[in-house]
Design a protein. Sequence first.
Length: 393
Amino acid sequence: MHVLHVTPYFPPTWAYGGIPRIVYGLGCAQLGLGMEVSVWTTDVFDSESRNGVGPVRTLDWLRVLTSRNVSNSLAYHQQLFLPLGSTELLDSLSSVSLVHLHGHRHLLNNRAVAWAKRRGIPWVFTPNGTLPRYERKVPLKTFWDLAVAGGVPRGAARCIAVAPAEVGHMRSAGIPMERIVRIPNGLMLEEFDALPERGSFKKKLGLEGPLVAYLGRISPRKGVDHLVAAVSDPRLADANLVVGGNDMGGLAEAKKRAGERVHFAGLLEGEERLSLLVDADVLVYASSDEVFGLVPFEGLMCGTPAVVGGDCGCGELIQEAGAGVLVRHSDVDGLVQRIRGMLDDKPAREAMVRRGRRYVEERLAFTKIAERHKALYEQILAEGPPRIQNGAW
């Protein structure tokens, strides 16, 4: 079986959040199951530069095809991915069995769908939280869905929801329940086999006392400004906050509220990212409209429990795991109380970490997630070639 993953961003591109990490981990695990795996992506890297890789490369045995974007700035600031050329890179592939689309409202999906239709190849679609129209550019997203991208989810053989909240998003978008399958995102557990020495991140910044951490992109719905306000409260006067992440439009508001105990570390990658998670006493991920969120589970694997937004899919999963506490988005006083409570109760933190690690190992290891995807692909292929009805499969 040969699966083609389609994603607008892929390693070494980490500035765009969790999808590059998810597609890479899933692809590597699928190779381990004996599948043939290819990836089609673009050359974006961060707000100022492209990744500089060639059009065809191999990354850890994954075949990666990379198209150049018309504008790196449009891709980063407007999420408008415009790959140059036609699908000649895809034409170089042979015997693709199924296409797996990741993320919504980017033209790679449209190009890949048109390519797959010509060959009678089915596709599956994992939006990873990008299906709803919220936070930014809602009118543009509405137009895009009506005029450009609506056929992508409607025509998918299956739409994969990574959390219960995303099932609701799909039902609201008119996707029939029989075409929705729930498979969570996964983690590469080997990444946590040899963690950095505890204390190294705090030593680098010259910090003492309890450490509260946020790790992820900074945008209004992530709630970083509310977290900064919470840590500035006198009840948390002994704690420092480190915010690790790139600015997607919410940094200016967060900095307005920041005092001397708030430290903005920028985008953190590799060992530096793990080092922050190891040193943190509490991780805060009080986002809204977050269907999954890898960071709280990465924190648990590094020994750190989380305070998570209760009105999102990530909160559902953390509650299911018994591995953190929930708070309403924008509830600053609630954040203060929960952070203080966790800092003062080390045995409770340790119990949350034990439960969380067990949950991750039993349910979220990429080896197990890849097996579930493979079973789904096999089921779709056994159903036979897709048929076009009213413009959709």
